[in-house]
Design a protein around this ligand. Structure first.
Ligand SMILES: Cc1ncc(COP(=O)(O)O)c(C=O)c1O
Length: 1015
């Protein structure tokens, strides 16, 4: 350890009950012994005894020894210091870097916002929903678009989603696109990767080397020459050389040829006084049709590239009434609760994968939720004036720098006639690479070498980007650096720079509010109290693994040397982060038993997509392009079939028979895959199966005992096997996925590997693959060389699936967690997770039937599904409450007891899926079990209680039917919205006896029913 000062932690870990316990498992050894005894096992390893021995892992994993809390923090600080931040940086390019308002770190520390799940239970999620609403409203103000979703992974993947959306809007009559060659090449690469094997095609219109923009006539010529009608023309407002494109004429041209105008914007530059909002593009002010952008700079530092924030907008007005039905992702709408209070909720969900499966508009599930929350804080913290000032400062700094830089001999603006805002390209007297290195040695990250973007460049083009981080002193430092490298400037200062045409500028004010910072802090704090966090109590959402999210991970990810590192920094300065990524690759090889790992995918669903893209590339490499089918068990999560569609396995049926695409595999009565059905399908479609996607343990919480047999059948037919690893918390360290026959698996970091859910994201995924898929991996691999850590592109890489390295900050969180678990902790973590689930199941079984119904004796792993007893359903039906409704309402009953609801009606329509995780003590689990049993008793005694649930949340049950009929997705922000308090806060409920809660429920229900019983 060096003797550098280690910054003190911003909290006292000893005051946080789950923070310093070994492996973040608060159950004592006695708790574990008692729970084992209750379920009839004496040692934890017996929990895995039913899994075939040949696929079980024995003994500790090849991970380093665990680190104690203080040592771990120390270690991570030292690790971060292996990165080198420059004194001043002009990197920006595909990821601009702006100042963050002080409100942002404050909001980032609000645990109920940070750690909550996706707001599927709106009554207990008004905090998250309101922050997302604010984000939508702020972005609507900046862009003029009526509908902004929350959200996509990053700009590049949002762009892919925009292409799919445009094709759908044309009902797939148009699937060909023109892409401006001036888009960020990082985004274009992701487009190429993700549309390979689909019906979408693109043509890249080359950049005009004289002006550094796309020439309208060239675009027109490509449009005219296109072999098929165009679905869309995609262009940036600020391009990858810093130039401003003629967005009005490009929009007009798109409309002239019947295509969607799809624009890439930088939200920071749309502030008042900045650039024209995309809703006003075009000579008739009709505006662009779809927009994408990168929102990360609004919310968080660069973090070596991620988590990003993909901004996606679609029109919703008299001309575009239905486009939104084709859009991906989540939208938050405004509605009312039963008592007429205004409330927020998720709307338009019938487009999404959890409902529409392979017919969904996208496979996205976990999105970038918390980044949107922080983006809202970032924008509102700055307010109208602050946003305007940042946008203006970026321009002022860029202009000052441009004027000064062109005085150096041999330095010129590469495109002197092209207007720019806050970034420009220089032509240098030496190679860009040489200049970048010379500046690096002087503590300056000079810019990005963009020579490869300019036809005919001799390697001397450099893009410099400016933001509100740059004052005149930074410009002076830049000039001083170049003076040192190139000698004293000798040319006169440029007396004119290309002007920004009036038509490129914003005419009106964005009309963001200017709210007081102190009031905003109170406001966000009050919002957070409307949510619930797994910090407080068991958060039993099955399939979601709502475990404790260590505070330490947040502090480590926020260490400036990690957080402020730009993804385009020279790799010599990024050694600390690269080393973490390298170890992550190694650890996950050990954890999965597979040959190689990619850290680029950013969510489970994207991991699935990467898996299927790898399958396609593998089959293509063998000339087996006829493999156009994917097998997926019926009980799979909606992302699996939706992913298959996005990858290009579109389901086509003729006369009721599947011709291509997704074939669903039935479940046997045990809830496991029906092996016989797999055999039949393989016999029916020999050589056609690209692969099978299998969730294991499956969504009923049961280990697929025939996994290996199924994998052998699939492999024998030439297909490959994807394992949906959402449920790795049950088996990590116990099952060798290589031995199981897995070719690719994703590990959701926001489930098993402890990163917070953020009210819907950002999640993350690490994909491990078998040897045969290694050559095709996306992005780059981090390798260890004698000179340090470097990156290498796999020989037959499918290309990148993220504009940079993925959600790197989450890798740092997961790495920190893994160093806390060490060799023994991973196995202990999953064993205790299985133990707590079996124990809870044991406690609830006498009262609730288990699903799948016919076979309740398959050992459950980390989760289980219960339903209401037949007599309870019957009682409720006699009160007019249908069976499916009853299950949903019973889920809301959990909110009354201070818990989040379990997962309702998935994968069993009448099921409540409970996953306790390893994060709670036996006493906490017992209280939870007692509460659930009491809920049943209360409902049996008084079924009408379910008609008034929930009783203590800030709002009553919300009317989603009307909110979906009259969709409202944003508002002009004037006064700070009112925040309704909890009627009884979850913390208060946690202190009350269960009987006292029951009394309070009875009373609250009676009041709601309008029949208060006196006394
Ligand atoms: C079984 C299963 N598969 C896939 C996913 C999708 O993962 P993500 O939400 O990270 O995209 C989930 C998410 O809840 C899941 O539970």
């Amino acid at each position: 350890m060096s003797d550098h000062v280690i910054p003190s932690l911003p909290y006292d870990p000893k005051t946080l009950p789950r923070e310093t316990v070994r492996h973040y498992i608060p159950a004592s050894e006695e708790d574990i012994r008692l729970m084992c005894a209750a379920i009839g096992v004496s040692e934890l390893h017996e929990l895995f005894q039913h899994i075939p021995a040949q696929v079980r892992m024995d003994g500790p994993l090849a991970l380093p020894e665990e680190l104690a809390y203080g040592d771990l923090y120390h270690h991570m600080v030292e690790q971060s210091r292996k990165n080198h931040l420059p004194d001043v940086s002009f990197l920006g390019d595909a990821l601009p870097h702006y100042q963050l308002h002080d409100l942002v770190p404050f909001v980032a520390g609000l645990r109920e916002l940070l750690t909550a799940y996706t707001p599927y239970q709106p009554e207990r999620s008004q905090g998250t929903l309101m922050t997302h609403w604010l984000y939508q409203s702020c972005l609507a103000a900046l862009t003029g678009f009526e509908a902004i979703n929350v959200s996509q992974y990053d700009r590049a993947t949002a762009l892919v989603e925009a292409l799919h959306t445009a094709a759908r809007i044309s009902r797939h009559t148009r699937t060909h696109f023109l892409l401006a060659g001036s888009l960020f090449p990082q985004d274009v690469e992701v487009v190429h990767t993700l549309i390979a094997g689909t019906a979408l095609t693109v043509d890249l219109v080359p950049i005009d080397p004289e002006h550094g923009t796309v020439a309208l006539e060239t675009v027109r010529a490509h449009a005219t020459a296109a072999a098929a009608p165009l679905a869309g023309i995609v262009f940036p407002q600020v391009n990858s050389l810093g130039g401003l494109e003629d967005v009005d004429r490009l929009t007009d041209l798109a409309h002239e040829v019947g295509a969607q105008a799809i624009v890439v914007v930088d939200p920071m530059l749309l502030a008042t006084g900045g650039l024209k909002p995309p809703a006003a593009f075009g000579s008739d002010d009709r505006g662009a049709d779809l927009l994408v952008g990168e929102g990360q700079p609004l919310a968080i530092p660069p973090h070596f590239g991620g988590p990003g924030l993909g901004i996606f907008g679609v029109r919703l007005n008299a001309v575009h009434k239905q486009d939104i039905r084709n859009a991906p992702g989540r939208f938050v709408g405004a509605g009312y609760d039963e008592a007429g209070r205004e409330a927020k909720l998720l709307v338009l969900s019938t487009r999404e994968q959890h409902i529409r499966r392979q017919k969904a508009t996208s496979n996205i599930c976990t999105n970038q939720g918390f980044v949107t929350t922080l983006a809202a804080a970032g924008i509102l913290g700055r307010g109208e004036q602050g946003m305007q000032a940042s946008c203006a400062q970026a321009r002022t700094a860029a202009q000052a720098a441009a004027r000064g830089l062109v005085c150096f001999p041999g330095v010129e603006l590469a495109f002197p006639d092209t207007a720019f805002w806050n970034a420009f390209t220089l032509a240098l007297p030496r190679s860009s690479a040489e200049m970048i290195e010379a500046a690096r040695q002087r503590g300056v990250h000079l810019g990005v070498d963009v020579s490869s973007r300019i036809p005919g460049s001799s390697g001397n083009h450099l893009l410099l980007s400016f933001s509100d981080l740059h004052a005149q002193t930074h410009v002076d430092a830049l000039i001083a650096c170049l003076t040192d490298v190139l000698g004293t400037p000798s040319k006169p200062e440029a007396d004119f720079l290309p002007a920004v045409p009036e038509t490129y500028r914003r005419r009106d004010a964005a009309q963001l509010p200017n709210w007081d910072e102190a009031e905003l802090r109170d406001f966000f704090t009050a919002l957070s109290a409307q949510n619930i966090s797994p910090d407080l109590t068991c958060y039993p959402l099955g399939s979601c693994t709502m475990k404790y999210n260590p505070y330490l991970n947040e502090v480590v990810a926020g260490l400036p040397d990690f957080a402020e590192l730009h993804p385009e920094a020279p790799l010599q300065d990024a050694q600390g982060t690269l080393e973490v990524l390298y170890h992550i690759q190694e650890y996950f090889k050990a954890i999965t038993g597979l040959a190689a790992v990619t850290t680029q995918p950013v969510a489970g669903a994207q991991g699935e997509l990467v898996g299927l893209k790898l399958f396609q590339a593998y089959h293509r490499s063998r000339g087996e392009t006829q493999r156009d089918m994917v097998l997926i068990p019926h009980s799979a999560h909606g992302t699996n079939p939706a992913t298959a569609t996005m990858a290009g396995f579109e389901t086509v049926q003729r006369s009721g028979e599947i011709i291509s695409g997704v074939v669903e595999i039935d479940a046997a009565p045990s809830g496991q895959m029906n092996l016989e059905h797999v055999r039949q399908v393989l016999a029916r479609y020999p050589g056609r199966i690209a692969g099978m996607m299998i969730t294991n343990p499956n969504t009923s919480g049961v280990f697929e005992l025939q996994f290996q047999d199924v994998a052998e059948l699939i492999h024998a037919d030439g297909g490959l096997v994807y394992m949906d690893g959402a449920n790795m918390n049950a088996i990590a360290g116990w099952v060798d996925l290589g031995a199981l026959g897995v070719d690719a698996v994703h590990n959701n970091l926001h489930k098993t590997w402890s990163i917070p859910h953020g009210g819907g994201g950002p999640g993350d995924a690490i994909v491990a693959v078998s040897e045969r898929l290694r050559p095709f991996l996306p992005g780059v691999q981090v390798v260890q060389t004698a000179a340090g850590f470097a990156v290498q592109r796999p020989p037959q890489s499918i290309g990148s699936v993220h504009r940079h390295f993925g959600n790197v900050a989450h890798k740092i969180r997961a790495y920190t967690y893994l160093r806390a678990l060490g060799r023994e902790g991973v196995r202990r973590m999953s064993a205790v997770a299985v133990l707590t689930a079996r124990y809870l199941h044991q406690r609830l079984k006498p009262y609730f039937p288990t699903l799948p119904e016919e076979h309740d004796d398959s050992p459950r792993m980390h989760e289980f599904i219960i339903t209401l007893p037949a007599e309870t359903f019957a009682r409720l039906e006699s009160e007019g409450i249908s069976r499916t409704k009853a299950v949903g309402l019973f889920g809301k009953f959990f909110l009354d007891f201070g818990f989040h609801a379990p997962t309702v009606s998935f994968p069993e329509a009448e099921g409540l899926m409970i996953e306790p995780t390893e994060s709670y003590t036996k006493a906490e689990l017992d209280r939870f079990a007692d509460a659930v049993i009491l809920m049943l008793r209360l409902v049996n005694e008084q079924p009408s209680l379910l008609t008034t649930v929930p009783h203590f949340t800030p709002v009553d049950k919300i009317d989603d039917v009307s909110a979906n009929k009259q969709v409202r997705l944003s508002e002009r922000l004037t006064d700070l919205p009112a925040v309704l308090p909890n009627r009884v806060a979850p913390e208060q409920l946690a202190q009350m006896s269960l009987e006292a809660i029951a009394d309070a429920i009875r009373k609250a229900s009676a009041v709601k029913l309008g029949s208060v019983v006196s006394g």
